[in-house]
Design a protein around this ligand. Structure first.
Ligand SMILES: O=C(CO)[C@H](O)[C@H](O)COP(=O)(O)O
Length: 225
């Protein structure tokens, strides 16, 4: 049986090799990113001089507990490297993210980053995106309208629940998980989704990742552009 945690850890260890003194580092969210943040905490303890920019409150709390110096998003004009996870990736580095509900801040941080490095276990690689549903962050007022528009794109949207109630994101929005089947043209779908009034952002990360480091067994494979 695959040891996914150890595959994530191998990928995280490989990713932190790209860090160096003086960098501003985007800190992702999700189980893979948290392993990388723990690694970064060790490096900081041993003298690495970086400043982190968190992509969620959970990441902020973890980084603070590890004494990683932090900057807020308002304080940075650009970010050198971001290390984050993904729910699915294709060999040409298109991603679905947002399984952990933090896609909006993750995309802002990724967009400010010179290099977005994604770390995953070996279950995340797919030839076509879409087995994992596409998380879509919407303002609550527009939820029914957006669900209807998703239907017009031949998708099926469901409001994400947490403990039986609609999950509310850190921005006070809702998440719709959109099932579009296997996505032949993710760039087109990304464009169609972002044009729907009431959609704040979605989890299709198109041409954003520079590298995906995937743990496989006791080694890693790096995909890059
Ligand atoms: O996008 C994310 C959170 O919004 C995560 O990066 C994604 O869900 C992958 O998580 P994990 O590393 O736990 O598999």
């Amino acid at each position: 049986m695959k040891d996914l945690k150890s595959e994530k850890a191998l990928a995280a260890k490989e990713a932190v090799k790209y860090l160096s003194n003086g960098q501003i580092v985007g800190l992702g969210s999700g189980s893979s990113a948290y392993i990388a943040i723990a690694e970064i905490g060790e490096l900081v303890k041993n003298g690495l001089d970086i400043q982190g920019v968190p992509t969620s409150e959970k990441t902020r709390a973890l980084a603070e507990s590890l004494n990683i110096p932090l900057l807020s998003i308002e304080e940075v004009g650009s970010i050198d490297i971001t290390i984050d996870g993904a729910d699915e990736f294709t060999p040409d580095l298109q991603l679905i993210k947002g399984g952990g509900s933090f896609l909006l801040k993750e995309k802002v941080v990724a967009s400010l980053s010179k290099a977005e490095i994604i770390i995953t276990d070996s279950t995340k690689k797919v030839e076509l995106l879409g087995k994992f549903t596409v998380p879509i962050e919407v303002i609550p007022y527009a939820q029914n309208y957006v669900l209807a528009q998703i239907g017009k794109l031949n998708g099926l949207g469901k409001i994400r629940l947490a403990d039986g109630k609609p999950l509310v994101t850190e921005q006070g929005n809702l998440l719709i998980d959109g099932d579009f089947g296997l996505i032949q043209d993710p760039a087109l779908l990304a464009d169609q989704l972002i044009r729907i009034v009431g959609v704040v952002e979605h989890g299709l990360f198109i041409n954003i990742a520079k590298k995906v480091i995937m743990g496989v067994g006791d080694t890693t494979i790096t995909f890059e552009k």
